[in-house]
Design a protein around this ligand. Structure first.
Ligand code: ADE
Length: 225
């Protein structure tokens, strides 16, 4: 899989997507990440990439030309399954969308800044608009990193234990049950007996019950769907 990220701040990705499991996925050749600085494509002699909004109002709008030229260049090189725009007014990101996107070959993720991009970029290039939640970030970069992480870890071979992604919270519509590791007794804080019983059927039933109880308490909305 190849992910192209279009941004005014490529250096914002130096941390989150270059560590741990994400780094391993890249090193193993399971995913290619490419970061493109939108400013490199502006034809403006002052390197401007934004302008005042028609109709007035506070905040700058990212101009069409550098984004359009960059997207056209990338599209001429290969086909893309999706051109995603990160924006708080997009559809809410959830595990179901991560699952679908993890099956793509090539995706582009466009990060907005300031008041966002000129609507005509959204109308003519963008195929999917994603929000990571009902709050406003300073730009789409952190949101793009979140979406990329959620997608990449689902690519077969990325996680060392292939089954672990399947037992994540949300994969079966429930939150995850609690987990414990050694020691079985930490200064009197004990692990539930059932987990030490060796009876896998009982353990599975306990986990299911715990997942259901947790979901009912913390996210009852998940049980309504
Ligand atoms: N850009 C700014 N806020 C955002 C959000 N909540 N989700 C996606 N992109 C954003």
């Amino acid at each position: 899989m190849r992910i192209d990220i279009l941004t005014l701040f490529p250096e914002m990705f130096e941390g989150p997507l270059t560590q741990s499991i994400m780094k391993r996925a890249v090193d193993k050749g399971l995913v290619e990440m490419h970061f493109h600085d939108i400013r490199d494509y502006t034809l403006d002699k002052h390197k401007k990439v934004d302008d005042y909004a028609f109709g007035g109002g506070a905040g700058m709008v990212m101009t069409i030309q550098p984004i359009a030229d960059l997207i056209d260049k990338l599209k001429a090189e290969r086909d893309y399954d999706q051109v995603i725009y990160m924006t708080p007014d997009g559809q809410r990101f959830e595990q179901r969308i991560a699952n679908t996107l993890s099956l793509c070959g090539n995706i582009m993720i466009l990060c907005g800044h300031y008041k966002g991009v000129d609507q005509r970029i959204r109308d003519h290039y963008v195929t999917m608009e994603i929000s990571i939640g009902d709050y406003v970030l300073t730009g789409g970069e952190l949101a793009a990193a979140v979406v990329s992480d959620a997608i990449i870890r689902l690519i077969p071979g990325v996680m060392s234990d292939e089954t672990s992604a399947l037992t994540d919270s949300f994969q079966d519509g429930l939150l995850s049950p609690p987990v414990y590791t050694r020691p079985a007794d930490y200064n009197g804080w004990k692990v539930p007996d059932v987990l030490l019983s060796g009876n896998q059927a009982m353990i599975d039933e306990w986990r299911e019950q715990q997942a259901y109880e947790r979901t009912k308490q913390i996210r009852p909305d998940l049980l309504e769907d």
